[in-house]
Ligand binder design. Structure first.
Ligand code: GAR
Length: 203
């Protein structure tokens, strides 16, 4: 059976991309990564894609005169590659409503906090600064807002006395590497349904 194709958008290190690649290679995730697209040409994530023999693309915002054209290029690559789902794995740009509507309920993001707390940038720093005792990560469908779409999975970690942004981020990242592949597996198996802003997981 042909595996469903996904595209992954990245901006940097690509450890979440690697977690997905590893699960696929182990036979735990019945998906094919048809394209990895980075907005930064020097993103280590692109090297990870190349090593796994996955097509990698750089789409540099500065080379396009508008956000619309930049996103149209990303959309064209994803469409050309036959992607059914877009995964944001450390993609550090906000997508426009036009793009989100084109891919309605077909974009999944991983965020390093327990949403709706601490959306946006520097989520781990926000959690440490606020003094919460529990944080974690959230995998969610993307809607037109920032980190506001229907939640698929969350995983928690303790916030310990003396934690810095970096120590908390490392603890959360371990859980991200489990949560994102787990959510994608549910999607691949057609087990996710969206009702309003709630995601139901079918048995
Ligand atoms: C991850 O912690 C991810 O949750 C976060 O960026 C990091 C990317 O790491 N994403 C966001 O903050 C999105 N707002 P990675 O490149 O090693 O996967």
């Amino acid at each position: 059976m042909n595996k469903r194709k996904i595209g992954i958008l990245v901006s940097g290190r690509g450890s979440n991309l690697q977690a997905i690649i590893d699960c696929i290679l182990k036979g735990d995730l019945p998906l094919e990564i048809a394209a990895v697209i980075s907005d930064k040409s020097d993103a280590p994530a692109l090297e990870r894609a190349a090593k796994a023999k996955i097509a990698g693309f750089t789409v540099n915002r500065r080379e396009y005169s508008s956000k619309e054209e930049f996103e149209a290029k990303i959309n064209a690559i994803l469409t050309e590659a036959g992607c059914e789902l877009v995964v944001l794995a450390g993609f550090m740009r906000i997508l426009s409503a036009t793009f989100v509507n084109r891919w309605q309920h077909k974009i999944i993001n991983i965020h390093p906090a327990l949403l709706p707390s601490f959306p946006g940038l520097d989520a781990q720093k926000q959690a440490v600064t606020y003094g919460v005792k529990i944080s974690g990560c959230t995998v969610h469908f993307v809607d037109e807002g920032t980190d506001s779409g229907p939640i698929i999975l969350q995983k928690t970690v303790p916030v310990l006395d003396g934690d810095t942004e970096d120590t908390l981020a490392a603890r959360i990242l371990e859980q991200e590497h489990k949560a994102l592949p787990a959510a994608l597996k549910l999607w691949a198996e057609n087990k996710l349904t969206i009702e309003g802003r709630c995601v139901k997981i079918l048995a």
